[in-house]
Design a binder for this molecule. Sequence first.
Ligand SMILES: Cc1ncc(COP(=O)(O)O)c(C=O)c1O
Length: 398
Amino acid sequence: MLERLERLPTDPILGLMSLYRADTDPRKVDLGVGVYRDDQGRTPVLSSVRRAEQTVLSRQDTKSYVAAAGNAGFNQAMARLVLGEGHPALAADRVRSIQAPGGCGSLRLGAELFRSAQPDMVIHVSTPTWANHVPLMSGCGLKLERYPYYDPASGGVKFDAMLGTLDRLPARSAVLLHASCHNPTGADLSEAQWRELLDLFKRRTLLPFIDIAYQGLGTGLAEDAFGIRLFCAELPEVAVAVSCSKNFGLYRERTGCLHVISESPKAGDAILSHLVRIARSIYSMPPDHGAAIVHEILGDPALREQWIDELAGMRKRMTGLRHEFVKQLARSCPQRDFRFIAAQRGMFSFLGVDTPQVHALREQHHVYMTDDSRINIAGLSADNLDYVAQAVAQVLRN
Ligand SMILES: Cc1ncc(COP(=O)(O)O)c(C=O)c1O
């Protein structure tokens, strides 16, 4: 029976990775894959993670199961990290958390929860959004629709169009938002825009599902969670999917969690019982190692400080690269305004060139990015900035 299955097309990012690997030109530059890179092009294990890992391993005396909702200490520490110490939802015991395999696992658990609560629920995602949001949300049967978001003309958010669309949604629609460092565009909402959005969510009784995968990599730990903190203080129900892949560099350890803020501790307990049941039906329990490391880091003042420093190092490197890249582009392509790249945040931006130009960059200059011209800022470095800017100038000229 399984022979009937036809081969699926290769995932575009994986296809791009193999093309890059096969390219033998020493000038090649990978701006495709969405992982952090240092100036040498490596994705290193953070020193705080290494130290925490040694402590975790030396203390571990069993491999027995942890718990259905994962590591309780990790869940609590992550709720405080995202919401901020002393957040009113924490004080009111309105937060319930479950550890999950990465941000993806958390997103899927949230989607499954929404579907259990309201089988005909529609979830609205930004245009564009991270490609994997689509299968994660719709794979469990949620209907997916889109709202306007990115404005290629300004490199910012089409806020009026976004509000206009959300203002027409039926009550109890779910809306997926990016907390900060929007993937793939790098265009984020300002604090004033989050406040305006909050009024709309209240007025239209919408359910926010906020994805935070880059806390600390945009402007700062508190700033990058501004919208989440505001919404969770002011709205009766919010779901927040958290990934530790990028800000702790724990990608393969599959570390993340889902927080659900509800109206009362009683409602929260009911929600958690459903989340545990859903997780049990998919993978039973989350992997432990990454969560144990994060728990150790967040609970040890010296390690926490070291991690915050390392995180600031990654953030500053990317902010610096954004400014430097804009400078180089201004020199090599004075006819075009790329300043939006410096105004954006996080790991990604759209370069704003068309698909044939993306292909020319790849084939003629060995510069790799996805067809929509999304670039991973961390793939740039002092050594290749000038080369990439010149390559962009050449394909724009042709
Ligand atoms: C917007 C966004 N959400 C969630 C994730 C989840 O990542 P992971 O499942 O690796 O933690 C990512 C990773 O690229 C992302 O970009």
